[in-house]
Design a protein around this ligand. Structure first.
Ligand code: ACO
Length: 317
């Protein structure tokens, strides 16, 4: 496959670190030095359907295609607007597409997992043009009284339209299944038979454990996809990493001995938007003309599951 176009969409509401200090025992200084985050966008009135559809329309326009050209929509989301129907189906309706659509939940590396599925559909000849869209509202999952998690996240959507081509050079996925260090439990319904505890606890994360998993996993995955692509680390033009923590990005960069300009970031503006973070950043780079035709771009993400995913792509747009 090859990437034909990218798009993104963000909620209007900007929330600064200082605003969080009004109801949390935290500070702008702690958040900035521990994570690199200054502001995040948070959903107020928007829906994930609206954000995802806007990102999708922007990606289609960037690709020079219309919704009728799509053969499949793969939507990466942790929770969607509703448990059912799938968010991908609502985005299909909103953009006026006629193709099949489904959701995929692989948490933060969901965009990379969705790209990999798209590659399989295209390589097998079952689809020509596919919309891969990530639309996430981590603000709905967070417990806003837990300062160790809620300050880290934001909401947003990113998308790519992919078509036929030979630009998907390699990929690598790892899952170490478990919910001990990172989870967001499903709220209970009102079954009179349930024996499960009824209280809602929101997102739980053991930050230092996830940090170690993220740095080691991202380095391992990047080395693997670079080797599988038959290139050297120095031949990679940009590394587009999941925007979870600037310290994670810096730790990966320094251990791979790469210059700062190859590891772009926007976490300072948007926080961690789960699987939307990589396509939002990719769209920013694309629209800024920062990606050279023919350069290799490595995408890498990690998160709940615990899962990681990375791929090496030739940028030929
Ligand atoms: N403000 C002020 N102090 C805080 C805050 C806050 N918002 N949050 C925690 N602290 C305190 C802690 O209570 C602790 O205090 P103590 O030393 O008195 O006990 C101290 O700061 C240090 O806490 P740590 O958790 O050790 O801080 P750390 O330096 O590890 O940073 C962080 C925490 C930012 C969460 C980091 O561990 C991290 O980024 N982890 C990875 C997160 C990640 O990558 N997630 C991706 C997946 S997310 C997903 O899939 C949905």
């Amino acid at each position: 496959m090859r990437i034909l176009g990218t798009g993104s969409a963000l909620p209007k509401r900007v929330v600064t670190n200082d605003e969080l200090t009004q109801f949390l025992d935290t500070s702008d200084e702690w958040i900035k030095t521990r994570t690199g985050i200054s502001t995040r966008r948070v959903i107020t009135t928007e829906t994930l359907e609206e954000l995802g559809a806007q990102a999708a329309k922007n990606a289609l326009e960037n690709a020079g295609l219309s919704a009728n050209d799509l053969d499949l929509i793969i939507c990466s989301t942790v929770q969607g607007d509703q448990i059912t129907p799938a968010l991908g189906c609502l985005i299909q309706r909103a953009i006026g597409a006629k193709c099949p659509a489904f959701d995929l939940n692989a948490a933060c590396p969901g965009f990379e997992y969705a790209l990999d599925v798209a590659e399989s559909y295209i390589a097998s000849g079952r689809a020509r043009n596919i919309l891969v869209v990530s639309s996430e509202s981590v603000s709905y999952l967070c417990n806003w009284t837990d300062r160790s998690t809620c300050v880290l996240f934001g909401d947003g959507a990113g998308a790519a339209v992919v078509g036929q081509g030979g630009d998907y050079l390699s990929s690598h996925f790892v899952c170490e299944g478990g919910d001990e260090v990172l989870r967001a439990p499903m709220p209970n319904g009102n079954s009179p038979f349930t024996q499960r505890p009824v209280s809602w606890s929101g997102l739980y994360m053991n930050g230092p454990e996830v940090y170690k998993f993220a740095v080691a996993g991202s380095i391992r995955d990047i080395r693997t996809v670079v080797e599988q692509a038959g290139i050297t680390m120095d031949e990679v033009g940009h590394f587009v990493l999941h925007q979870a923590n600037l310290r994670i990005i810096e730790a990966v960069r320094t251990r791979l001995k790469q210059p700062k300009e190859k590891f772009p970031h926007n976490i300072e503006h948007y926080g961690n938007t789960s699987s939307a973070s990589v396509p939002i950043l990719l769209d920013e780079l694309n629209r800024a003309g920062a990606l050279q035709k023919g350069e290799i771009v490595v995408l890498s993400a990690f998160g709940a599951g615990l899962c990681t995913g990375a791929c090496a792509i030739r940028w030929s747009k």
